[in-house]
Ligand binder design. Structure first.
Ligand code: SAM
Length: 240
């Protein structure tokens, strides 16, 4: 059964909202719209393809621990669990409404997930807890300082040798792509999407202390390119 940790008195939020560790931008700008996220994502960001590509890039082993940061309604976690039911899956999101949907989906699938309401900028886990961290379409919800904090937190909770897979909007290359990305920028905020628009995510991932950054896939969508990057926390042997 899914296990969900919700803060006492949590309630659906509207617009940038208080969350454990700070304010956040819900999946569709308003928490009241979160129940529509799965439908919108399937059309707007080719969500099935994106999540399948992310799952294809991981070969999880039994017993491994996986954290999805900004897991939203749990779609990626459930897809990963279907591929490797013997791994252990954790999700955090600042939006209790999204996690309640994730919990319902997990219960329907009979899939144990541990879901916690928390900010990506302050992950409630000990250092070196996870073999793999994924984050999909979260980073363009965070202003650059928060992106730095979230990536530092991801590095902290990754085991030495652990892998990060991050998917998010990348810099538009043509005026048409800039135009396509404009609704996302208007919707989620010019401040939060600025580093994406400038193509700075790989630099920020590297600045957080993750290595070996590779571009694994590029997915054109109606609202611009989504790139999947893979990065690694240096293994203990490398650190010696
Ligand atoms: C566009 S949705 C993507 C959801 C999911 N990762 C997916 O790909 O389906 C972005 C998610 O990030 C969450 N979020 C925004 N700011 C956050 C923060 N500071 N900490 C944790 N989650 C956050 C939102 O609540 C939302 O669920």
């Amino acid at each position: 059964m899914p296990q969900v940790t919700l803060p006492t008195g949590s309630s659906p939020t509207r617009g940038p909202s208080p969350a454990p560790g700070g304010r956040f931008r819900p999946a569709l700008a308003f928490s009241t719209l979160t129940p529509w996220f799965d439908v919108v994502a399937r059309v707007a960001v080719r969500d099935n393809t994106l999540k399948a590509q992310l799952a294809d890039l991981l070969s999880l082993r039994p017993g491994q621990t996986v954290l999805d940061v900004g897991c939203g309604t749990g779609t990626l976690l459930l897809r990963l669990r279907a591929r490797q039911p013997q791994a252990r899956f954790f999700g955090v999101d600042a939006d209790p409404t999204a996690l309640a949907i994730a919990a319902r989906k997990a219960a329907a699938a009979g899939a144990p997930l541990t879901l916690t309401v928390a900010s990506a900028t302050c992950l409630p886990f000990a250092d070196a807890t996870f073999d793999t961290v994924t984050t999909s379409l979260l980073l363009h919800h965070l202003i650059t300082a928060e992106k730095r904090q979230a990536l530092a937190e991801i590095r902290r909770v990754l085991c030495p040798g652990g892998v990060l897979l991050a998917a998010d909007y990348d810099a538009p290359r043509t005026w048409l792509e800039r135009l396509a990305f404009l609704p996302v920028r208007l919707f989620d905020g010019f401040d939060a999407t600025e580093a994406n628009a400038q193509g700075e995510l790989p630099t920020l991932i590297q600045a957080a202390g993750l290595d070996d950054i590779q571009t694994c896939a590029e997915l054109p969508t109606a609202f611009g390119y989504i790139t999947i990057w893979r990065a690694q926390r240096a293994s203990a042997a490398t650190l010696l």
